[in-house]
Every structure is written in structure tokens, then in C-alpha cells.
Design a protein around this ligand. Structure first.
Ligand code: HEM
Length: 435
């Protein structure tokens, strides 16, 4: 039976504009305030949309796992993402998604990740060999370039060191366009030749060329060390029709992973460095550690707790339903904020403090389930989780073997900016010292 009561929440203002604007101006602050003021389930009617926010792990479990089939990715998310990623894994749904996920999973098995780890090490060592004592680096920019270079090799065996800047610019243009499109109240059709649309088209064409060139070179001369693309090219649905993926679908999956994979990892790494450099005791422990790679994993997980790149996870109700005792009409937007949940003192002790040793072995098993979800939860959780954690640990430990950083002046108070990923407004500038 569907009840008709509504959860507490703020006034949306005329047409919900006040609410939309407050979100646009300060999404994280707004989300934190809504939870403080209204509790675990918050409701706003904005324009014609029923908007819900859930701050309790019971609803994370209910919506992302138990009844995952009743809730889809949002229309707006699918519209914006599919213009770039086609029908790749992040946007596809239903039986088609299930089949793709099944086919693609082996490319992210432990065995595959071990192979990619070698590539990550080689690329990192090569990249940092150009750093010198006394340089001031923007670690956010460096992590973006490095993860891009790594992604190109792990995914496509492509060496993009000479055009990392150009490819990086293309990725930036695409994510800026996406961000803009997420907030459009009236969607601007793709065919209108606005400068931003043209720039986005060119950027997509640049990445398409990288993928197309990689596919043809894989066909003529497969790489000695398997990469993600070689897995995609060989992937068959052994439980289904045994067919290989059509080329367009390979393009969509490759594009999806390239976009989903490196920006979020770069953002997480930048936050990890910032947190280490802001907390000298923790940084010294890390610098002195004999088991740096194990500690690097804890640092990574703690950075993902405080600054989850996927700071919000939206869903849409596919039919009228009930959640937590409240009626939820079809089409309602349902939102989780890992950023908010990860800072909830009911679930995390001293939540604002950076304490990597929380994530010592055993801690996650004891955590209240569904309170820590930087990679999402349920069937649609991140396929690249192990890859991302491996990459973060490899980079943090290899770089720390050779270099020590010091925050540059004026870098003490870096606030998070919720773009497509949770980033820093102007990077993280640090001075390099060779150890
Ligand atoms: C620190 C880095 C990363 C973070 C924080 C992250 C976070 C997430 C989250 C939260 C989701 C679920 C989205 C939702 O439920 O709406 C997701 C899905 C996904 N991620 Fe990641 N991700 C990261 C790295 C990667 C990497 C390295 C890849 C490489 C391929 C990747 C590929 C994907 C794909 C394909 C999906 C969609 C999975 C599906 O729906 O079946 N991600 N990611």
C-alpha cells in the first residue's frame, strides 16, 4: 500500500528555483545543512520534480541493492552521459547492462589487475623521473596527467606522453560540458551550434580517434601484455549467445571506462596528497613506513571517505513506491551523498579527522554496512574499484619512495568543489624534495 505522507524538507521557492540555485552555488554545504535540519529523509518539491535525499544506510541498501531494479539512473544523467559514452556500462540498463557487465567483468579480475599494476609502476616511474628538488608542482594537475597517461596504456596500450596535454584538454572540455548540461533547466538540443557544443564535439572526436586507432592497431598487431581493450575485443558472452561485441559497443565501453576511470582516480589522489601534507604526523608515519604499500591503501580509503570523487549518487523511481514509510511517486529523484554520510558521527568516530589507520584490516567488516560507499553499492557499484585502489596505492607509495612534498604557501585551506568529480578549485600546489 502506498502511503501519502511526505518527509520534512525546505520550501523549494518559486518553481523550486531557490532550491536549485542554492544547490548550484554550494551543493555540499546545502546537502550538509539539509541533513542537519531535517534528518535522514528530506523532501523538496522543485519545479515539477519530487526530490528526496536519504541520509541513512538502510535506504542505501534498500535502493541500491535490495530493490535496485525499481530504481534507475536518472533521465538527465542518461541523456548527458549517453551523448559521450553511447550505451556504455555506466548508462545502459536492464538485460543489456547485465550481459555487458558479465562480459566485461573478467577485464577487472585480480589476475588482470596484476597485469595492469606492472604498467602502472612503469608509467609512474617514467613520469616522476622528470621531477627535481625545488620544483613547485600542482599535484592535482600532475595526478591528472599521470592517471591519463596510465589509463591510455592500461586501457589501450597507447603511449600518449607526447599528447597528454591535448587529450587532457579534451577530457576537461567534455566534463565541463557535462557539468553545464546537468544543471540546465531547459536542455539545449545537441544540434544548436553553440561554441560549447562544437568544442565538446571536437573533444569527443579526439577521444574517438584514440579509440579507433587503438582498435585497428590491436587488430593488426595485438599488444604483448594484455590491456583492457584486448579483453573487450575478445570478450564473448559465454552464458549467452557467444557473440563478440559489435565495434560500436566496444567504442562505447572503451569511452565509458576512459572517462569514468581516470578523472575520479586523479581527484582521489590529489585529495590523498592534500590530506597527507596537511597532517604532518600522518605524513611522517607514511614516509617512515616499511610497509608503505599497505599503508597507502589505508590512506587511499580514508581520502575517499573524506572527499569521495562521486560525491552524489542520483537515482530515479521507475514506478510509484514507498521508501522508509513515505510515498515516492514514479519519476522522483532520489539522492545519496557519500560526502555527507561519510562525515556522519553516528557511523564514523571523529569524522572530520584524517585517520588512515581507521582502515586497518578488519575495520570495514565492522563498519555499519552501507555507510562507506565511495564506489557505490549493489549491482551497479564501480567495476573499476580494485583498479582504482591499486593505482592509488601504487602511485602514493612509489612517489613517496623517492620524493617528499611540502605544501606551497597559501595552500592550507583548500575547499572541495563538486564538479563531475569532487575536485579542488585551484589544485594543490606543493614543493618537491628528492629523498
Ligand atoms: C577513485 C576512483 C573511482 C571512483 C571514486 C569511482 C566511483 C564509482 C561509483 C560511485 C560508481 C557507481 C555509480 C552509481 O551507482 O550511480 C561507479 C561506477 C562505475 N565505474 Fe567507477 N570509480 C572510480 C574508478 C573507476 C575506474 C578506474 C574505472 C575503470 C574502468 C571505473 C569504471 C566504472 C564503470 C564502468 C561504472 C559503471 C558500472 C555499472 O554500472 O555496471 N571507475 N564508479
Amino acid at each position: 500500500m502506498v502511503t501519502v505522507n511526505q518527509p520534512p524538507g525546505p520550501e523549494g521557492g518559486i518553481l523550486g528555483l531557490q532550491f536549485v540555485n542554492s544547490f548550484k552555488e554550494d551543493a555540499l554545504g546545502t546537502a550538509m545543512r539539509l541533513k542537519q535540519e531535517f534528518g535522514d529523509i528530506v523532501y523538496v518539491k522543485a519545479a515539477n520534480t519530487h526530490w528526496f535525499m536519504f541520509n541513512h544506510p538502510d535506504q542505501v541498501k534498500d535502493i541500491l541493492l535490495t530493490r535496485a531494479k525499481m530504481f534507475g539512473k536518472t533521465d538527465i544523467f542518461k541523456r548527458v552521459l549517453s551523448r559521450v559514452d553511447g550505451n556504455g556500462l555506466v548508462v545502459s540498463e536492464g538485460e543489456f547492462w547485465l550481459r555487458q557487465r558479465r562480459i566485461i567483468n573478467p577485464a577487472f579480475s585480480h589476475l588482470s589487475i596484476d597485469i595492469y599494476e606492472k604498467t602502472m609502476r612503469e608509467e609512474t616511474e617514467r613520469y616522476i623521473s622528470e621531477w627535481e628538488s625545488g620544483m613547485t608542482l600542482d599535484l592535482a594537475e600532475e595526478m591528472t596527467k599521470l592517471t591519463l597517461t596510465i589509463a591510455a596504456r592500461v586501457f589501450f596500450s597507447a603511449d600518449v606522453r607526447d599528447n597528454a596535454q591535448e587529450l587532457g584538454d579534451a577530457v576537461t572540455v567534455i566534463s565541463q560540458a557535462m557539468l553545464h548540461e546537468f544543471y540546465e533547466i531547459i536542455p539545449v538540443p545537441e544540434w544548436i551550434p553553440l561554441p560549447s557544443k562544437i568544442a565538446k564535439k571536437n573533444a569527443i572526436a579526439r577521444l574517438d580517434k584514440l579509440i579507433a586507432d587503438s582498435i585497428s592497431s590491436h587488430r593488426s598487431n595485438p599488444p604483448a601484455r594484455p590491456d583492457v581493450l584486448s579483453m573487450l575485443l575478445q570478450a564473448r558472452d559465454t552464458k549467452g549467445d557467444q557473440e563478440l561485441m559489435p565495434e560500436k559497443q566496444i567504442r562505447d565501453e572503451a569511452m565509458t571506462m576512459f572517462n569514468a576511470g581516470h578523472d575520479s582516480t586523479a581527484a582521489a589522489l590529489s585529495w590523498a596528497w592534500y590530506l597527507l601534507l596537511k597532517n604532518p604526523d600522518e605524513y611522517n608515519r607514511f614516509l617512515r613506513s616499511q610497509e608503505r604499500k599497505a599503508l597507502a591503501l589505508q590512506v587511499s580509503k580514508e581520502a575517499l571517505r573524506l572527499y569521495p570523487p562521486a560525491w552524489t549518487l542520483p537515482r530515479q523511481a521507475l514506478a510509484d513506491t514507498e521508501i522508509g514509510g513515505y510515498s515516492v511517486p514514479e519519476g522522483s529523484l532520489l539522492n545519496f551523498f557519500p560526502y555527507v554520510m561519510h562525515r556522519d558521527e553516528r557511523f564514523f568516530e571523529s569524522p572530520e579527522e584524517f585517520k588512515p589507520q581507521r582502515f586497518a584490516p578488519g575495520y570495514e567488516e565492522e563498519l555499519h554496512p552501507f555507510t562507506y560507499f565511495p564506489f557505490g553499492a549493489g549491482p551497479r557499484a564501480c567495476i573499476g574499484k580494485e583498479m582504482a585502489l591499486t593505482e592509488m596505492s601504487v602511485l602514493l607509495s612509489l612517489i613517496t619512495d623517492k620524493f617528499k612534498f611540502e605544501l606551497a604557501p597559501g595552500q592550507d585551506n583548500i575547499a572541495p568543489v563538486p564538479l563531475v568529480s569532487l575536485e579542488q578549485k585551484k589544485g594543490v600546489k606543493a614543493i618537491v624534495h628528492r629523498r
